[in-house]
Design a protein around this ligand. Structure first.
Ligand code: NAD
Length: 540
């Protein structure tokens, strides 16, 4: 949650008026995040920050964790200029040497994995094991970047002209801005940093303004490694800020590529602005992901996977399962098993090992959840469980002030893909169920929404698998079989189609977007023939 202190305009240094809870203090102390006064939110080789003051608010308790001073317009411009200089330095550092620095970043992150994981849990609200898993994802992609640094190969292409050769050569792009969402406050930056850095680019990171402490902790770790290796700190700059800082980055012609992760609505604006100035843009936007369960599926695997997909991270993953299509033959038994898992859930401190259900990230998200429930109710849907936020009196005292909602399973009257309840991403634990008779019908439902991020089919029949992953199958970027929609490894390219933005990050060929490609024709011969046999010589 973010709130802007009016007093910030006076640029006074605030002191938090009350002591931090021991729960929060131990997490922040472990990462040397000062809380007695405002924390600088800009890094470009040195730490600064004199813009508006943002509050980092714990979604579990409502406690203000720290106040962070965002980038002023001037500080943003300075950071961008210093990042360009850092890029000029970095592009001349051999790629395998850049890989060696990434290896050190990987080691430094791994040494703080548990502490960073706890900070993610504290500030974003996901449960601890998911917080630690998110740091592991950064560690994994840094490993990948180390290998990549020796494998970013171009190609030699056969020329039609004698004594000629054609090379396809990758070179660094320049400055890559990483605009990230609140729900993966560490890993999304990691995906971008590892690939951009290996490829020789400087990055400027603008995280979500509601998770500033995660970005500060990560930047401290990364900058420490850069410093020890004599690399300018602005090779991995940080500019904390809200919409205004994001807009200024997106408009800035010196930013060669904008890698944007966030909502479809903001992504649409970002894409127009960046494409309007012919910059490169990579979009990772909203998901509205479906699981399809066939009658031959192993329900002992499918039920827990759907449960995790719909409820994990309190439904705040881009890959969360939001639609569940059940074959008529197994629908009653599947739902009764699923609902008994839902019944076992209760809200808890995400830092506590036994907790499965954390809070929503902001108070505003509780309103979005409630509106979605209202829409479902108004449409005549049957609400099988949940369907209301927790009232304060229903919560343990320690969780008062947090953003708590009940995970909900709803059965709308029909699968009407024109209706909002099916076609919009509600970033909360709300699962809509539809019943089908034929796989083809379920695939049509899977594909009939604007988004195209993740999808999952549960079956043991290889003929179904063939349909699902083939040309008439799922149109998503992630097409799983007997694996839920949520949770991907770094080895494959990650991203979605259609209104999810077509972007690909992480593994696969994603690195190829972080370079500029040149086709270089070299002539080693004593002639200079034109291609396609074109003759252009005076006849007389
Ligand atoms: P958001 O769109 O509100 O914000 C994303 C980022 O954009 C933030 O850093 C924000 O400050 C910035 N921003 C806001 N307005 C801007 C503007 N006009 N110009 C430039 N930047 C601007 O998203 P959120 O609420 O933080 O995150 C949730 C969304 O992100 C969900 O839709 C989720 O599906 C999506 N997401 C997608 C992926 C993916 O890989 N596809 C991963 C994580 C999250």
């Amino acid at each position: 949650m973010i709130s802007r202190s009016a007093a910030a305009k006076a640029r006074n240094v605030h002191v938090l008026s009350r002591a931090l809870s021991s729960r929060a203090a131990s997490v922040l102390n472990a990462l040397d995040i000062p809380t007695a006064k405002e924390v600088p939110g800009v890094y470009d080789g040195t730490w600064t920050g004199s813009g508006e003051v943002l509050e980092s608010v714990c979604p579990t308790t409502g406690e203000v964790l720290a106040r962070v001073q965002a980038a002023s317009p001037h500080e943003l411009q300075t950071a961008l200029a210093k990042s360009r200089e850092a890029y000029k330095f970095l592009r001349s550092v051999p790629a395998p040497r850049r890989g060696e620095i990434l290896r050190q970043i990987r080691e430094a992150l791994a040494a703080k994995r548990d502490e960073l994981g706890a900070l993610i849990s504290l500030e974003m609200g996901k449960i601890r094991t998911e917080g630690v898993g998110e740091v592991q994802e950064f560690v994994d992609i840094a490993d990948y970047g180390v290998g990549l640094s020796r494998m970013m190969n171009g190609r030699v292409v056969a020329s039609e002209r004698p004594g000629h050769s054609i090379l396809e050569v990758p070179n660094p792009l320049g400055v890559v801005a990483v605009l990230s969402a609140f729900n993966f406050p560490v890993a999304v930056y990691g995906w971008n940093l590892a690939l951009a850095f290996a490829a020789g680019n400087a990055t400027v990171w603008k995280p979500s303004p509601s998770t500033p402490l995660c970005s500060i902790a990560v930047t401290k770790i990364v900058s420490g490694v850069l410093e020890r290796n004599g690399i300018p700190g602005a090779a991995a700059s940080l500019v904390i800020g809200g919409k205004d800082v994001g807009e200024a980055i997106v408009e800035n012609k010196s930013v060669d590529m904008v890698s944007f992760t966030g909502s479809e609505a903001v992504g649409r604006q970002v894409a127009k602005v960046v494409q309007g100035r012919f910059g490169k843009v990579l979009l990772e936007l909203g998901g509205n992901n479906a699981s399809i369960v066939m009658p031959d599926a192993d329900l002992s695997l499918a039920v827990p996977a759907v449960f995790f997909g719909a409820v994990g991270t309190a439904g705040q993953r881009c890959t969360s399962t939001r639609r569940l299509y059940l074959h008529r033959d197994i629908a009653p038994s599947f739902l009764s098993r699923l609902l008994s898992l839902y019944k076992s859930l209760g809200p808890g401190d995400p830092l506590a090992p036994a907790t499965l259900l954390g809070p929503l990230h902001t108070r505003a998200a509780v309103g979005i959840y409630s509106s979605a429930i209202e829409r479902l109710r108004a449409s005549g849907a049957e609400l099988l469980c949940g369907a209301a936020p927790y009232a304060t009196g229903e919560l343990p005292g320690a969780l008062h002030g947090g953003n708590w909602v009940r995970p909900t399973v709803a059965v709308p009257t029909k699968v009407d893909l024109e209706h909002d309840v099916w076609r919009t991403e509600t970033f909360a634990p709300v699962l809509c169920v539809g019943v089908f008779d034929e796989l083809e019908e379920a695939i049509e439902w899977n594909n009939g929404v604007p988004q195209g991020l993740s999808s999952s089919l549960w079956t043991r029949d290889v003929r179904n698998v063939g349909k699902w992953i083939g040309p008439a199958g799922s149109d998503c970027g992630i097409v799983n079989v007997n694996v839920g929609t949520s949770g991907a490894e770094i080895g494959a390219a990650f991203g979605g189609n259609k209104s999810t933005g077509w972007g690909r990050e992480s593994g696969g060929d994603a690195w190829k977007q972080y370079v500029r490609w040149s086709a270089c024709t070299l002539n080693f011969s004593d002639d200079a023939p034109l291609a396609q046999g074109v003759s252009f010589a005076p006849t007389a």
